[in-house]
Design a protein around this ligand. Structure first.
Ligand code: CP
Length: 298
């Protein structure tokens, strides 16, 4: 069993993962899975996802390994599939992987050992399922009912895997109104769920949740850079939203570009709570896969 995209999960499974993650957040002790070995393989930079997965693995008593592709035998020409088969032969049951290519998991899935489970820790512009789960968890924890929400997602939508997975999870969970706002060069024609617009003020109007997205310079192969000033989440911009608005940002933040420090550090910000929730959601995801897969029986 793998977790490669949000659509791998049903609404009931997402609700169960959120409930389990919230349980973990309250708990003083956790169940342990010392027989399970997990490897983290990050082909792209990460702070939050990488470290929260490592901490989640340690909290669950797993054996946790880290493979830095730049320092591994891949630097001597070994293929990624051979790397995965090699660590599996050492007894690794779960691999948490981040990669720059959108379709990397489609490409490798038919060729990996059948008893190796994969978790997508972010693939290209396409998917970041555990981020979407922790974002939904953060909204649930605030006591918000998805069907009653208006959510505005503002920034570089086109290059954002967070936006795509968030759109999918909002569709599954039945979010009332979801609007993605960006300058036209950073706006896809459509999203899996929700509307797209360049009209940021209309998107922000009466929003219950505002999510700011980072300008993803590393994915801009077309050179269409854009001034994001009109789309920066400032206190002025936020005054259009509901008085009870909550602000999310998946991180890392570019302060003063897509979000003002006064908002990022202000009372409406849930950004560090998202980071905290990431540890507990990743514990829930790991446990879900351990119980559902070969790893439970070794
Ligand atoms: N949100 C997120 O994926 O952050 P990192 O790149 O630091 O993991």
């Amino acid at each position: 069993m793998h977790l490669l995209q949000v659509s791998d999960l049903s609404k009931a499974e997402i609700e169960a993962l959120i409930a389990r993650a919230l349980d973990f957040k309250q708990a003083k002790t956790y169940p342990t899975y010392p027989q399970v070995s997990v490897i983290n393989v990050f082909y792209e930079k990460s702070t939050r996802t990488h470290l929260s997965f490592a901490l989640a693995q340690q909290n669950l008593g797993c054996k946790t390994l880290d493979l830095n592709p730049e320092r591994s035998a891949e630097g001597k020409g070994e293929a990624m599939l051979d790397t995965l088969s090699t660590v599996h032969a050492m007894g690794v049951h779960l691999a948490v992987m981040r990669h720059a290519e959108d379709d990397i998991f489609d490409a490798i899935l038919p060729h990996i050992p059948s008893t190796l489970s994969l978790i997508n820790a972010g693939s290209g512009k396409r998917a970041h399922p555990t981020q979407a789960l922790l974002d939904m968890m953060t909204m649930f924890e605030l006591g918000l009912e998805p069907k009653n929400l208006k959510i505005a997602v503002v920034g570089d939508v086109l290059h954002s895997r967070v936006a795509h997975s968030f759109s999918t999870i909002c569709g599954i969970m039945g979010v009332g109104e979801l609007v993605f706002a960006a300058p036209d060069v950073w706006l896809p024609e459509a999203m899996p769920y929700g509307q797209v617009t360049t009209e940021v003020k209309a998107a922000l109007k009466d929003a219950d949740i505002v999510m700011a997205l980072r300008v993803q310079k590393e994915r801009m192969v077309d050179g269409k850079h854009q001034n994001l000033e009109a789309y920066c989440i400032t206190e002025d911009a936020l005054s259009l939203a509901s008085p009870n608005v909550h602000v999310l940002h998946p991180g890392p933040m570019n302060r003063g570009i897509e979000i003002d420090s006064a908002v990022a550090d202000g009372p409406k910000s849930c950004i560090l709570e998202q980071v905290t929730n990431g540890v507990y959601m990743r514990m829930a995801v790991l446990e879900h896969l351990i119980k559902a897969s070969h790893a439970a029986s070794v």
